[in-house]
Write a protein that binds this ligand. Structure first.
Ligand SMILES: [Cu+2]
Length: 371
């Protein structure tokens, strides 16, 4: 009897939890209301089966409980009941699968008027590219990837010269304009996911995957990586800014083309350059700049600080130390931090700008950068 009551209580608590839970879906900000509908259909069908089955088990536990002198009946076969169960299960499974097939078909059938952007994932950051004025992406290849060409565009391909290399972790999109997302990974599986758009797709090394959506609400939305991709996975975030045409054009005009990045047409001084580099190369996924705790040592007031290393020695965080830690992270591990950072290739000029940026985050009398 007690067990039957517990089962009924589980059903009641589950249903109440669903309606009273503070964790509800975020407001929809794209055209994919149909994805919400499929989730609701799946949810209702599985909820009905859950409630019916658990209540049935509770009924059986009570009805057929052990009684003195009681004996169970032996009934090896019941054709009628089996046909009913097969029929109901079939309808239920079709109800779960069919709506998803229809919506997925829409999800990968891109309308002709859609713009395009490319999102490239790597441990643990996002980079973005737009096709530029010719509306055509230039070719890219792993063989072309280097310090100055992190996305591996083919410098000889004329279609790639005007490709817009978005700087920073924010991708801007036009309100109410359908857009096709082309997804590429440089290392492992990642997943491009904006919860408000209800849209996500895996990034698969050596493939280009895609889907499309239309942003329908102005605002800034987080891009999350929804595929566990290593220790910094939780921090692999970007942002989509949905805006009107005027602000979008303003933003677009500030982004360099591929040709400009090759000729070193970076604007701003050394510190600004380092700040941009830190954002675009993913340093900030693991190093905080506001003093909060992070996977690696934070950069606030780091410059000139004496660090205790895991081997018991001390080191001053000067320019040489910082450059070594970026290009050969395993050389000096600060006590209390895991040795997980990969070596990052940077040119000497880029290293100088990063050090200048880190130094700018230190208050007080930090020593000057020595050359
Ligand atoms: Cu990831």
């Amino acid at each position: 009897m007690a067990f039957a009551i517990i089962l009924v209580a589980i059903v009641v608590a589950s249903v109440l939890f669903h309606f009273l839970s503070p964790w509800q879906a975020t407001p929809l900000a794209s055209n994919w209301g149909s994805i919400d509908t499929t989730i609701t259909i799946t949810f209702v069908i599985t909820a009905i089966f859950f409630v019916l089955i658990v209540l049935f088990v509770a009924y059986c536990v009570y009805k057929f409980r052990a009684r003195p002198g009681g004996r169970s009946k032996y009934e090896p076969e019941n054709k009628k009941l089996e046909w009913w169960l097969i029929g109901i299960t079939t309808v239920g499974i079709c109800g779960l699968l069919a709506p998803g097939l229809v919506v997925y078909n829409d999800f990968v059938n891109v309308p002709a008027e859609a713009d395009e952007f490319e999102a490239v994932g790597e441990q643990w950051r996002w980079s973005y590219r737009l096709p530029g004025a010719d509306k055509q992406f230039g070719k890219s290849s792993v063989a072309n990837m280097n310090v100055d060409n992190p996305l591996g565009l083919d410098p000889r391909d004329p279609a790639g010269q005007d490709d817009v290399m978005v700087s920073g972790h924010q991708l801007h999109l036009l309100l109410d304009q359908p857009v096709k997302a082309l997804l590429r990974s440089k290392d492992v599986l990642h997943d491009f996911y904006v919860p408000e758009f209800r849209a996500k797709m895996d990034l698969i090394p050596s493939q280009i995957t895609y889907f499309w959506f239309t942003p329908t609400v102005l605002g800034t939305f987080d891009i999350l990586c929804a595929e566990y991709c290593g220790i910094g996975h939780y921090n692999m975030r970007g942002q989509v800014v949905v805006e009107d045409r005027e602000s979008y054009q303003q933003w677009l005009s500030e982004q360099p083309t591929f040709a400009q990045t090759l000729t070193g047409g970076t604007v701003g001084g050394l510190i600004a350059q380092g700040e941009k580099l830190a954002a675009s190369r993913g340093c900030l996924a693991c190093h905080s700049i506001d003093g909060s705790s992070s996977l690696g040592p934070g950069w606030l007031d780091l410059f000139g600080r004496e660090e205790s290393l895991h081997d018991g020695t001390q080191a001053i965080a000067d320019a040489d130390y910082l450059k070594e830690s970026i290009t050969d992270p395993a050389a000096k591990i600060v006590a209390g931090y895991p040795a997980v950072m990969a070596a990052y290739p940077f040119s000497p000029e880029q290293l100088d700008s990063l050090v200048a940026y880190i130094q700018s985050l230190s208050s007080g009398d930090a020593p000057t950068v020595k050359e």
